[in-house]
Design a protein around this ligand. Structure first.
Ligand SMILES: Nc1ncnc2c1ncn2[C@@H]1O[C@H](COP(=O)(O)OP(=O)(O)OP(=O)(O)O)[C@@H](O)[C@H]1O
Ligand SMILES: [Mg+2]
Length: 364
């Protein structure tokens, strides 16, 4: 539904001879129809640049953007000076912002009607459509209120209703929940998930919060310094050895100091999550298994989890029990061993850095 290939964006500050900042560096992104796709990364990684290039609010320096089969980069103009064709294409892409971007002098209903005015609908059609959308986002009763009279979550619901006014097939969201408390975040994410299911809406969302990815994304990509360093469906990522996203989604840590013991990370999903694999392992091989950490969750309606366990003996001595775990449908990976020459690990252990690295600085 959304494909970018070789997408590059270089900003120049201070004229053509000024310093160049590469915000996007050869980004290939593929968002399938009907999925919720999350892009996560640290501040400055290029997430907003990516989303602004996808709807051509920003003209990419090179590369192409295709949305619903249409090559947007081939259409003329950019930003407010977009040509007619680009404006039409963009009206089929809804956009939701972190700070809602509502017009304070207009009522809730008039805010939702705004894109419909631009499309040239009659007053009656606009009012009917706005009422329908406000019902959809649970604000049917507040049509006459002004933005200042609403809570943050309600404002974001208006933002979402407005984004849906032109019946887009694609919804882009840049940190839509970053200004909201955890409870309200959950309700907005729930709304996006419902809209995705009910309307078949494809959602591309940008976030710096792992919890957002965990609660609603089918697929995810990790961005760093303008590049996508990992991407895939959440379940595939979980089964990918060494995946930073998987480790950050399901952090497990601890152990690994004693060379006479073997520490492995297990990833399980679906059926395997419900089976007593560990107790069977202990019984079958008569070994003491220590569970060092575990995280189980539901991702996109499926049970998935990771667990770090410790087995007695060296890794080489544990080939048979590890084979047994793999046979049970678990993905088994040797935990990173700090080794005697390795730099001192942070207190939380080797699996923790990705999460810390993804957390945005508090001041922002
Ligand atoms: N209009 C601009 N002119 C010059 N540089 C820019 C512009 N917009 C973004 N940048 C630079 O491009 C890089 C990527 O910025 P971008 O806003 O895409 O990051 P981000 O991942 O969205 O960060 P955040 O999580 O803080 O919103 C940064 O180094 C930023 O300073
Ligand atoms: Mg941003």
């Amino acid at each position: 539904m959304i494909t970018t290939s070789g997408l590059t964006k270089i900003y120049r500050s201070g004229g053509p001879r000024g310093r160049a900042i590469t915000a996007l560096d050869d980004v290939d992104l593929h968002v399938a129809e009907g999925e919720v796709y999350g892009v996560i990364g640290q501040s400055g990684a290029g997430k907003s640049s990516l989303i602004r290039c996808v709807n051509l609010l920003e003209r990419p320096t090179s590369g192409t953007v295709t949305v619903a089969g249409q090559d947007l980069t081939a259409l003329a103009g950019r930003g407010p000076r977009a040509g007619r064709e680009l404006r039409a294409a963009r009206s089929r892409i809804g956009m939701v912002f972190q700070h809602f971007n509502l017009l304070s002098s207009r009522t809730v209903q008039d805010n939702v009607e705004l894109p419909l005015e631009i499309l040239g609908l009659s007053g009656r059609e606009r009012a009917r459509k706005a009422a329908e959308l406000l019902d959809l986002v649970g604000l049917g009763e507040r049509a006459r209120a002004y933005p200042a009279q609403l809570s943050g979550g309600q404002k974001q619901r208006v933002g979402i209703a407005r984004a849906l006014a032109a019946e887009p097939k694609v919804l882009l969201s840049d940190e839509a929940t970053s200004a909201l408390d955890p409870e309200t975040t959950r309700s907005i994410l729930g709304l996006l998930r419902d809209l995705n299911r009910q309307l078949g809406l494809t959602v591309l969302l940008i976030t710096h919060e792992m919890d957002v990815v965990k609660s609603i994304c089918d697929s995810a990509a990790l961005m760093r310094e303008g590049r996508i360093v990992e991407s895939g469906t959440v379940t595939d990522l979980l089964a990918t050895p060494g995946s930073e996203l998987a480790a950050a989604l399901f952090p497990v840590s601890g152990g690994g100091e004693d060379p006479e013991r073997t520490v492995v990370d297990l990833t399980f999903q679906g059926d395997a999550a419900g089976r007593p694999v560990i107790s069977r392992l202990a019984r079958t091989y008569d070994i003491d298994v220590s569970i060092l950490g575990a995280a189980v969750d539901t991702v996109a309606g499926r049970q998935v989890g990771r667990m770090r366990i410790e087995l007695p003996g060296r890794y080489e001595d544990n080939v048979v029990p590890i084979g047994f775990l793999r046979e049970q449908g678990l993905h088994v990976e040797r935990a990173e061993h700090p080794g005697p020459d390795a730099p001192a690990a942070p207190p939380a252990g080797p699996a923790a850095p990705p999460v810390a690295a993804l957390a945005k600085e508090e001041t922002k």
